[in-house]
Design a binder for this molecule. Structure first.
Ligand code: HPA
Ligand code: ZN
Length: 331
């Protein structure tokens, strides 16, 4: 287990794409192991491509690089590498997204993906001191029928999955298209989350709430453009999993100083801070905490509120959540 720095507050990470934790070093190792070509000759050349004009330009590289992931061992290695880094960032609990369609479309069976990830996640309480949940995301730039087929193919594995999510290119792909698969997920007893209001308009957040019935909104930063929506999110204390470094790297905001995180907290929203795709966006979750602390001049009490929010917004059972909250208070 890596050493945990004493001043790193305990936290949960609730918005983390496991494929977005693929660091260049591991990408090159897996490319060699599996004989898969990469879009760059060296790790430095690859990192030099991490300059994005928006969500789509990031997604193009994200999908290209994840083609190195082929075997159960690859997925286990990917998750284990994330968990090792996360523990050093104070993460005690992680609710982790994965994109099955991005792998099954390349001929990798969904069972290979889930079994590989679960091999690392099942060992994580012992190996890294981290509890986990798995969130299966549907790609919104694929069809609603493909999402339903993916859900059906995942039925044998649903005991491993806590929630469903919705990600990939947002604009033009509104949540309401995915009503059917969310109804199936809820019927099966799963929780529901969806990316909404990252690049898409506030109406997509309304749809995520009212059509999909989500328990949390991923990103949701554009909700601030609609006062009635803010009122609703505050009244119901719907958690928003905000990703500050991601928002700057994907040009939602020009610089961290412009990020509305403080305004969101002041409005009474249940905000959490997360890393999204840390291998691409310049930092893991504690790096996001320190970056917003510095850019927005947040005090220790506000950072503690954010850490508490991360457990409050989690899908943990009440007893475990309370135990983690006590850990935050003791930090
Ligand atoms: N937004 C939407 N889809 C994604 C992201 C994101 O930030 N990261 C990985 N898939
Ligand atoms: Zn995301």
């Amino acid at each position: 287990m890596p050493p945990v720095t004493p001043d790193v507050v305990a936290k949960a990470e609730l918005h983390l794409h496991i494929e977005g934790t693929l660091e260049p070093e591991l990408a090159f190792a897996l490319a060699e192991r599996n004989g898969v070509p990469l879009p760059a000759a060296t790790q430095d050349e690859l990192r030099a491509a991490y300059s994005f004009s928006g969500l789509q330009s990031f997604l193009d590289l994200y999908y290209a690089l994840m083609t190195v992931l082929r075997t159960e061992q690859d997925f286990a290695d990917l998750a284990d590498a994330y968990l090792f880094r996360a523990r050093g960032q104070g993460v005690r609990h992680a609710e982790i997204f994965f994109d099955p369609q991005a792998h099954t479309a390349r001929g990798v069976p969904i069972g290979t993906v889930i079994d590989g990830l679960c091999r690392a996640l099942d060992a994580a309480p012992g190996t890294h001191g981290i509890t986990t949940r798995l969130i299966m995301c549907f790609l919104r730039d694929e069809s609603p029928e493909s999402a339903v087929a993916t859900f059906e193919s995942a039925r044998p594995y649903l005991d491993r999955i806590t929630a469903v999510g919705l990600d990939s290119a947002e604009v033009g792909n509104p949540p309401s298209l995915f009503r059917e698969v969310y109804a199936l997920a809820r019927e099966a007893g799963l929780k529901c989350v969806a990316h909404a209001g990252e690049e898409g308009p506030p109406s997509y957040v309304w749809e995520a709430l009212d059509v999909l019935g989500v328990d949390r909104v991923d990103h949701g930063v554009r909700s601030l453009e609609d006062p009635a929506l803010v009122d609703r999110l505050v009244a119901d204390q719907v958690p928003l999993t905000v990703c500050p470094l991601s928002n700057v790297r994907l040009r939602v905001y020009d610089q961290l100083e412009d990020h509305p995180l403080r305004r969101m907290l002041d409005a009474g929203l249940l905000v959490t801070v997360n890393s999204d795709d840390p291998a691409y966006f310049g930092g893991y979750v504690h790096d996001n905490f320190t970056a917003v602390r510095d850019a927005l001049d947040l005090d220790d009490e506000t950072l503690r509120v954010l850490a508490r929010n991360s457990f409050r917004a989690s899908f943990l059972d009440a007893r475990t959540r309370e135990a983690y909250l006590a850990e935050v208070d003791a930090c």
